[in-house]
Each structure stands twice: as structure tokens, then as C-alpha cells.
Write a protein that binds this ligand. Structure first.
Ligand code: ADP
Ligand code: MG
Length: 222
């Protein structure tokens, strides 16, 4: 299985569907340690992403990278909260790291490199380290699990399923952490004992990738 335009679109649509389904939960988590807008921020963003994909005058995307780049640019322009620019830059980086039209399509290892570029973009913009109770805490174990699956000979379905499970574990593991970045950090030790909204949405977005490749993880414990 390669990362073609159809798969990129399926991933983006699965992300939008997940956000539509879970925005209430994300907002609830953000109400506990933030300002209660994470779900509505992402919902506004992904509604615009779908509208951009489905616009009658939209040109056919020039390859899978263009799909992710467009999704990222749309999130940057439509989402005001911290998560818009962070996810926007991440998806633009993923899009930029994928092969361009005319080049051989990415396989599982290639998408792993693109996911790594996405995490680098989040870290460059947000300056968060692992353990700061952010998006980074889901994306990092997801990438580790993805790479381990590829190293063990897994293809895209196995790697994506591993990433989804890694991200979910990472999101659950943010509960005991004290936030050191973003709004939740203003609470100091009172941020302890709550699951981070952004790490939770990262788990949803990576579960969407597993769904798009036909391997939704069994647990879904978020
Ligand atoms: P805002 O905090 O502006 O209201 P959102 O509510 O949409 O934005 O997103 C909050 C989430 O953004 C947090 O739960 C956290 O995971 C993530 N986040 C905040 N700051 C950073 C950062 N510097 N690096 C990575 N992720 C961050
Ligand atoms: Mg918020």
C-alpha cells in the first residue's frame, strides 16, 4: 500500500469525521485546564478543510502532499487557538515531506518520515518538550511505535495502527503531568490529574489515519 492521493483524502476526511464526533469531548477536556474551545477550534478548522476539498471549483489536488498541505494551510487560516497553527504547520510539513507528483509514492517508511517532519514542525513552533503535557506527548510515542512497526517489517496498515495506539497511550499518560506549555501551564500544579486536550486530539487524528488504511485500533479508550 502506498500513500496516494486517495489515501491522503481518506485520512483528511476521517480526521474531519473524528473531530465532528468528538469535539464535545475535546472541549470538555479543554474546559478543565484551558478555555474550553479546543473542540470548537478544531471543528471550525476541519469544517473549512472539508469545504476546501469539496469546493466545486477546487482543482484536483496535485498529489497526496498537496492534500495535506492544503489541510494545514486551511487550519492555520481558520483556527485562532494555539492548536490551529500547531496542527496547521504539522500538516503542511507532512505535505511537504511527501513525494511530489512525478516522484515515486511514499511507502510506510516514507510516511514515517513525513510524520517525523510533522512532529518537528510542532516542536519548532511550540517549543514543547516531551513531558510538557501537549500534542508532543501523543505524537512522540505514536512516531516511535510507527517506526518500530516498520522496523519489524510492518506495512502501512500495521504502522498506522501502532501509531494510533501509541498516540492513545501518550494521551492517557498526560493525566499525571503538569502542563509547562500553553494555557494549561497557567494552572501550575492544578493542571495535574487531567488529560491534555491537544494530546487527545492528536490521538484522534492518528486513529483517523489507521481508519483510512483499514486498521482502526481496537481499544478507543479515550
Ligand atoms: P488555546 O490553548 O489557544 O485555547 P486550543 O484549546 O485549541 O488552543 O489547544 C490547546 C492544546 O494545544 C493544548 O491542550 C496543548 O496540547 C496544545 N498546545 C498548547 N501549547 C502548545 C505548545 N507550545 N506545543 C505543543 N502543543 C501545545
Ligand atoms: Mg483552548
Amino acid at each position: 500500500m502506498d500513500v496516494d492521493t486517495r489515501l491522503a483524502e481518506a485520512w483528511v476526511r476521517a480526521m474531519a469525521a473524528a473531530v465532528e464526533k468528538e469535539h464535545g469531548r475535546l472541549t470538555e477536556l479543554d474546559s478543565a485546564i484551558g478555555d474550553g474551545d479546543h473542540g470548537s477550534n478544531l471543528r471550525r478548522g476541519f469544517t473549512a478543510v472539508l469545504a476546501a476539498l469539496d469546493a466545486p471549483d477546487a482543482p484536483a489536488p496535485a498529489g497526496p502532499g498537496a492534500v495535506l498541505t492544503k489541510a494545514g494551510s486551511t487550519l492555520i487560516s481558520k483556527v485562532g487557538g494555539a492548536s490551529g497553527p500547531l496542527y496547521g504547520k504539522a500538516f503542511r510539513a507532512i505535505g511537504g515531506a511527501l513525494p511530489q507528483p512525478g516522484e515515486a509514492p511514499a511507502d510506510a517508511a516514507g510516511l514515517g518520515e513525513a510524520l517525523a517532519a510533522g512532529l518537528r514542525a510542532v516542536r519548532e513552533l511550540g517549543k514543547a518538550e516531551p513531558g510538557d503535557k501537549t500534542i508532543v506527548d501523543a505524537w512522540t510515542p505514536a512516531l516511535d511505535a510507527y517506526r518500530a512497526a516498520v522496523a519489524a517489517g510492518g506495512g502501512l496498515p500495521e504502522a498506522a495502527a501502532a501509531a494510533a495506539e501509541g498516540a492513545e497511550r501518550g494521551a492517557l499518560d498526560t493525566v499525571p503531568l503538569q502542563a509547562r506549555k500553553g494555557r494549561a501551564s497557567y494552572l501550575g500544579p492544578r493542571s495535574i490529574g487531567h488529560q491534555d486536550p491537544g494530546a487527545t486530539s492528536t490521538a484522534l487524528l492518528l486513529r483517523a489515519l489507521a481508519e483510512a488504511v483499514g486498521r482502526p485500533p481496537a481499544s478507543g479508550a479515550l
